[in-house]
Ligand binder design. Structure first.
Ligand code: FAD
Length: 842
């Protein structure tokens, strides 16, 4: 008797169609009716953007089931173009409207499953209903977008919203040759993940020619000629021939709410663990329901296809007396963005902070498979875990290859309640083309277990950015790596020299140790720890530093760098002339070496490049192929600071190909001291001298001058700052110094601010409140204070020169100046200025 139930389903796509087929598998006798408002059922909504982009050429492949085929196999009564408009819970009936015939009729049920999904959000901004604005939810939407592209041949599009649909549509439109401006309100796309994991995605979007506008909202649309004018919060107007709105989705709850079913605080339908609503005869599944987060237990809406399908099966089971239980949603998601994949599972760091849950994190950057096997790519993986028990709370990864596999293993680990120690022990499939004997997941487990077990103390980029005078930053990379960029103010002692050069390190300061990805930093910490130093390893090293500080994305090519666009397949190494590498520049070049560094982790590619460039003659060139996405930036920075010429830089299939021509003159890198005293970041090693005259003694101007000086020093420049007149006040000691002065000199002394901490703002001084405010904001935003910037500049080897003539005029004595300041005259300044390329007067 129980099997002869009549079951109605509202919605015929992911959840609805899954529920229907499961019901039939459980009962041959049940009467199953499925209502679908649209024309199609069970189509692959996740595949829609790929048909627009052309990757899935055949539209029919998206139509997983037709009503006829589904009826033939499952004997399900499918009613397309039929909308269920009302539920009468008392009578256990629904009112359905045949949208073609315009007729309404009732249908009774023993059980009802609601799977109405979620509709794209259309905010009430001016002009939202203009022509040329599209959303993408179903096959009809896809057809409309395709028809518009085919008929109007748009050249420019604006995609609003950088979630996964926005990202996939951005790629699809670029594949159709359309210029895309991607507008995102937040400071990052793929908002569920943490910003540093998404930073390479920003870089990838820009590299693919996408005009990425973060932190920007759309204020309105206006039809203009054949196209649209899109007003942005920045005040700009962007012209577009079409707009894709992908700002998010909202659960379709009207039917349920009108029937008095409980709607949760997330504005989705409330269900129990059996997917039952507050009415025992009505179940709800998919994008329309409220779920609990598996890790935090917090009520959420997580609209994904996997949960919708599993929930549908569970609802069907329960209708036929199988008490299956839905055990929450953990938000496992992945998105392809051109050559990269970004994925996550469990809680992000942001979500953990919001939920006020304790956590620790590690960043690693391993290769996707054995480095010696061609085609390996670097993965950046972040693992979040309970700091005490080591229980895995979340994982995120980004890279060109192998992201899905690692995210899936972490997803299972979270489901199973595993700890980081368990991750270290997992036996995962391995052969060189697929992984490493220590898989990235094992490796993340090792690193995190070291932290939980107290074998190493770690710090994070925020700690480095807010380093105090009691801390020093030690970078244990090689000098050549330092030339690709370094944390301002860091001391450089390569790991292999560390034991011999320990004496150069301050014992009274905590050392924040950095390397490229965190491994050498860990080894250095083990050495330092055993020699009595207090130290912490920067998790993820300089690579994570760059991602966190956003230095990876949107950088303009350094001045003087020649970059041609990637016009095709990069040749494999050794495949001379075999590919379509943009070869104009290569033709006239003597490329004498080709290196395949594609399997090498950072800094491998740059080290290989340096070795090869060292071995060739000036004028000859090297081609290098790398899989590490950071190499694109690294090679440009390295060439910029060594003076070698970056002739070509391109990408294909996720690999970076660069051609570097050796400079005729001895490169700066060749002049690096191999040993000696602790080399502070690039001090005295650059060919590009920069000088600055600091005339002003005002806080904002002094800040600007030191920020520029530190930045230039970090880029390998030799910087000289010449302080004259009011600028001398920046260099004064804060304390009173007992020196002999005449009356005029004493009066000058009283009237002028004593040192960096007492300077006033040039504008908005407001009786001292302006300066205090700006200092507060700087602290909040982790910007170093002026005294810290001065210290950092000194550590980076910036020369601070006090103008002897001004000192004499203003009665400032040598003893009154901070340590590390030289006295000099105009000749000294002019000498520095003449040997440099930039000379600023502040
Ligand atoms: P849907 O599959 O949306 O089905 C709901 C159906 O109910 C609709 O067809 C609607 O017309 C119908 N309906 C609503 N109300 C009524 C009514 N009153 N009467 C009759 N019919 C009604 N998820 C992933 O996990 N990975 C991805 O890569 C991914 N990519 C996506 C790409 C796109 C472009 C889109 C739009 C979604 C994507 N999703 C993805 C999300 C995924 O498709 C949804 O999570 C999933 O389809 C939800 O299933 P559902 O049954 O709840 O809703």
């Amino acid at each position: 008797m129980a099997d002869r139930k009549k079951i109605l389903i509202v919605g015929g796509v992911a959840g609805g169609a899954s529920a229907a087929t499961r019901l039939r598998r459980l009962s041959e006798d049940a009467e199953i009716v499925m209502f679908e408002r649209g024309e199609h059922i069970s189509f692959a909504n996740c595949g829609l953007p790929y048909h627009i982009g052309g990757t899935i050429a055949d539209r029919e492949r998206l139509l997983v089931q037709t009503p006829e085929a589904m009826h033939k196999r499952y004997r399900i009564d499918i009613r397309t173009r039929t909308e269920v408009v009302r539920i009468d819970r008392e009578k256990r009936q629904v009112v359905a409207r045949d949208l073609q015939a315009g007729k309404e009729y009732t249908e009774s049920y023993d059980a009802l499953i609601l799977s109405p999904g979620a509709a794209p959000v259309r905010p009430p901004i001016p002009g939202i209903d203009s022509r040329g604005i599209f959303t993408l939810r179903n096959v009809a939407d896809m057809d409309a977008i395709n028809a518009a592209i085919e008929q109007h041949k748009p050249r420019r599009a604006v995609v609003v919203g950088g979630g996964y649909i926005g990202l996939e549509m951005t790629e699809a439109l670029r594949q159709r040759g359309i210029d895309v401006t991607l507008v995102e309100l937040a400071e990052q796309v793929f908002i569920a993940a943490d910003p540093e994991i998404v930073e390479p995605v920003h870089q990838e979007l820009r590299r693919q020619g996408v005009d990425l506008r973060l932190g920007t909202s759309v204020q309105g649309f206006a039809e203009q000629g054949e196209g649209l004018s899109v007003s942005l919060s920045s005040g700009e107007q962007v012209q577009a021939d079409m707009v894709i709105l992908s700002i998010g989705v909202r659960p379709e709850t009207k039917l349920a709410a009108d029937a008095g079913l409980e709607i949760g605080k997330t504005r989705a339908i409330v269900v129990d663990e059996h997917m039952r609503t507050c009415d025992q005869a009505i179940y709800a599944v998919g994008d329309a329901v409220q779920v609990r987060n598996f890790v935090s237990g917090i009520e959420s809406v997580i609209p994904l296809a996997g949960p919708a399908n599993r929930q549908a099966r569970i609802a069907a089971d329960n209708i036929f007396g199988r008490p299956s239980v839905y055990r929450d949603t953990q938000g496992t998601a992945i998105c392809k963005v051109f050559d990269l994949a970004v994925g996550m599972t469990g809680m992000s760091e942001k979500a953990l902070q919001r939920a006020d849950m304790p956590y620790e994190k590690v960043h690693i950057h391993p290769a996707s498979h054995a480095g010696y096997y061609p085609g390996a790519h670097q993965i950046s993986l972040k693992l979040l875990f309970d700091p005490t028990t080591g229980k895995v709370l979340g994982g995120q990864a980004v890279g060109a290859d192998g992201v899905d596999k690692r995210i899936d293993v972490l997803a299972v680990a979270i489901r199973a309640g595993l700890s980081v120690h368990d991750l270290a022990e997992q036996e995962l499939s391995y052969a060189p083309p697929y992984g490493s004997a220590k898989d990235p997941v094992n490796y993340a487990g090792f690193v995190a277990a070291n932290v939980v077990d107290g074998d190493v103390k770690i710090c994070h980029v925020a700690d480095v950015l807010s380093a105090t005078p009691d801390q020093a930053i030690l970078d244990v990379r090689t000098p050549a790596e330092m030339q690709t960029g370094a944390i301002p103010g860091s001391i450089n002692i390569p790991l292999d020299d560390l034991r011999e050069r320990l004496a150069e390190l301050p014992k009274d300061k905590e050392l924040l140790v950095s390397c490229q990805v965190g491994l050498r930093g860990y080894l250095a910490c083990r050495i330092l720890d055993q020699h009595g130093y207090t130290c912490r390893n920067l998790s993820g090293g300089y690579k994570t530093y760059m991602a966190v500080t956003g230095m990876m994305g949107g950088d303009e090519p350094p001045a003087g760098r020649e970059v041609t666009s990637d016009t095709g397949e990069a040749p494999l190494v050794g495949e001379k002339g075999g590919g379509a590498m943009p070869a104009e520049s290569e033709k006239s070049l003597d490329v004498v070496r080709r290196i395949d560094a594609s399997g090498l982790q950072c800094p491998g590619p740059i080290m290989q490049l340096k070795g090869a460039v060292d071995a060739i003659e000036p004028g000859q060139a090297v081609q290098v192929l790398a899989g590490d996405p950071g190499f694109e930036r690294d090679v440009a920075a390295w060439c910029n600071s060594t003076g070698h010429r970056l002739v070509d830089l391109g990408r294909s299939n996720g690999h970076i190909s660069a051609i570097v021509q050796k400079n005729g003159v001895q490169a700066a890198a060749d002049r690096l001291p191999a040993t000696g005293t602790a080399t502070q970041v690039e001090a005295g090693i650059s060919k590009k001298n920069k000088t600055m005259v600091v005339f002003s003694g005002e806080l904002d101007k002094a800040l600007a001058s030191f920020i520029i000086a530190n930045g230039a020093a970090a880029m390998g420049s030799k910087v000289t700052m010449f302080f004259t007149f009011w600028g001398l006040n920046v260099l004064r000691r804060p304390e009173k110094v007992g020196v002999a002065k005449n009356l005029v000199e004493r009066m000058f002394g009283w009237m002028m601010p004593r040192g960096a901490d007492r300077l006033k703002l040039s504008k908005m001084h407001m009786g001292g409140a302006g300066a205090a405010m700006i200092k507060g904001i700087m602290r909040k935003k982790n910007v170093q204070s002026l005294p810290e910037l001065i210290e950092a500049a000194k550590k980076s080897g910036v020369r601070l020169v006090a103008c002897a003539m001004s000192m004499d005029l203003m009665g400032i004595k040598r003893e009154e100046l901070i340590d590390g300041v030289e006295e000099g005259g105009v000749a000294m300044y002019l000498d520095s200025a003449e040997s440099g390329t930039v000379n600023l007067f502040i």
